[in-house]
Design a protein around this ligand. Structure first.
Ligand code: NAD
Length: 491
């Protein structure tokens, strides 16, 4: 990292060292809080993407990493976790500067990334294949797990460290080599991660990073997704980009995992602990300023408690602290970009026409925030589930409240969505909770909590347009492995 006119400069990371883009081009990122320079990044293009893929291919086919002993992979991942812990403040500062994420969330993301690295370090040591010895007395079957090959990781900006680590840690634990393309809106943490991995002893060429500006980003992403030298693509981003990745990946029938958008329903029954449910419902759509794939952006409230519950929502929304993301008291920072800010305000205009504004609905009045892309926590009531507000992913702090009368109606409303990523159910009855859990078609359900149970490493991924494949947990490792069966005739 070299300072350039006061702004730190980041190169690509290729073959174990920092390299400029082949074209020599770069792009600048500014803080979405106050427009301060956040960094200058190499603007990699197709030539750089091809080079990264060639390096990763070479390392997979002839390098030492794919056949390294499990203990070696454990050691590198464990040491990387240690380096992330030691450098947590620097990583968090980078996220705050480039993305506007509040520092407490950024530090939480570093801690979650450390746990993820440690989890897959453990799995690298403990994962085992299996044997089939019972079918035929004169034969033995073996089921071997092998690394899938060269993995391409294409990631979004909203979890700029964890979003990469949750793919990279299992990929490395499996013995894959990797090319990565972070979002142009927060690329710094991925480049820092490459440095820490190198310091931790990862051989050069096993992890390669190509940063690029907006248009070039799609070019590099498409190159990775379509390259016949890449065996697997793991993507996080919008449904439209994910579909483009899937189409490109068909070129060599590569393995595809897609973590896409959501419009998750958080369902509140009258027998729920209402205060807790209301407080958590606010966190469920304001966390990371609503820029969260699993956000509980539809709130289904039983009509018997509607008035009481919406009054509590107003109160808890007002308790959110919009402010300088460097301050530990701030709970909501700015949105990521002017484009996203305009988009979210557009949805708020739509909401004013389609539904009843309960609270929020604009910029905060505080003059100290006027240079940032801030939007107040905004709640719309009397929303129709068929409206655009309730059907489209807004990716900002906007909540749609929808009333229901029966359990069947709640489940039908939750399922009336093109997405299926997450959801919540609040009730004093475990029978009701489990019936709803089984009825809602999503990859993840929360019971009497929302993102707050504190269980790491459970599989994460979506039904329907929310994607395909899973991250985290043992299945997250399997995503980067191929199965090979061996049949041995005993003589
Ligand atoms: P995006 O689709 O604009 O970009 C994601 C990544 O894909 C970026 O690196 C981008 O450069 C690249 N890209 C863009 N077009 C591409 C193309 N045609 N081919 C290949 N690569 C391409 O998404 P974003 O704005 O960065 O992220 C927000 C989206 O991510 C939201 O929809 C959110 O729900 C989703 N997301 C999902 C999860 C999940 O786990 N399901 C997690 C975080 C974010």
């Amino acid at each position: 990292m070299k300072p350039s006119n006061g702004s730190p400069q980041f190169d690509l990371w290729l073959d174990g060292s920092a390299r400029p883009a082949a074209s020599g081009a770069s792009f600048a990122r500014h803080s979405p809080f106050d427009g301060a320079p956040a960094g200058v990044f190499a603007d990699g293009g197709e030539q750089d993407a091809e080079r990264a893929v060639d390096i990763a291919r070479r390392e997979f086919d002839t390098g030492t990493w794919p056949t390294s002993p499990a203990r070696r992979r454990y050691e590198v991942l464990t040491e990387t976790a240690r380096l992330l812990t030691v450098n947590a403040d620097a990583l968090a500062e980078r996220m705050v500067l480039e993305s506007g994420k509040p520092v407490t969330l950024a530090l939480g993301e570093v801690a979650a990334s450390v746990r993820c690295l440690q989890y897959y370090a453990g799995l690298a040591l403990s994962a085992e294949g299996s044997a089939v010895s019972e079918r035929n007395p004169s034969a033995l079957g073996l089921i071997l797990r092998e690394p899938v090959g060269v993995a391409a990781l294409i990631t979004a900006w909203n979890f700029p460290l964890l979003g990469v680590v949750c793919k990279l840690a299992p990929a490395l634990a499996a013995g894959c080599t990797v090319v990565a393309k972070p979002s142009h809106l927060c690329p710094g943490p991925t480049v820092l991660l490459a440095r820490y991995l190198s310091e931790a002893g990862l051989p050069g060429g096993v992890f390669n990073v190509v940063t690029s500006e907006l248009e070039q980003g799609a070019v590099v992403g498409q190159h990775f997704a379509s390259s016949p030298k890449v065996d697997k693509v793991a993507f996080t981003g919008s449904t439209a980009s994910g579909q483009a990745v899937m189409r490109a990946a068909a070129a060599n029938t590569k393995r595809v995992a897609l973590e896409l958008g959501g419009k998750s329903a958080n369902i509140v029954f009258p027998d729920a602990p209402l205060e807790d449910a209301a407080r958590t419902a606010i966190g469920a759509f304001t966390f990371n300023s609503g820029q969260q794939c699993s956000a509980g952006s539809r709130l289904l409230v039983h009509c018997d408690v509607h008035d009481e519950f919406t009054a509590m929502l107003k109160e808890y929304a007002a308790a959110q602290v919009l402010g300088d993301p460097r301050e530990t008291t701030t709970t909501m920072g700015p949105l990521i970009s002017s484009r996203q800010y305009e988009r979210v305000l557009g949805y708020i205009d739509l909401g004013r026409a389609e539904a009843k504004l309960l609270t929020g609905g604009g910029r905060p009045a505080d003059p100290a925030l006027e240079r940032g892309y801030f939007v107040e926590p905004t709640v719309f009531d009397e929303v129709s589930n068929s409206s655009r507000l309730a059907q489209e992913e807004i990716f900002g702090p906007v909540l749609s409240v929808i009333s229901f009368g029966t359990e069947e109606e709640a489940v039908a409303l939750a399922n009336d969505s093109a997405y299926g990523l997450a959801g919540g159910v609040w009730t004093g009855s475990m029978d009701t909770a489990l019936r709803v859990v089984k009825g809602v078609r999503t990859g993840k359900m929360f019971v009497n909590c929302y993102n707050t149970a504190g269980i790491d490493d459970m599989p994460h991924g979506g039904y329907k347009n929310s994607g395909t494949g899973r991250e985290f947990g043992e299945v997250g490792l399997e995503e980067f492995q191929e199965l090979k069966t061996v049949q041995i005739l005993l003589r």
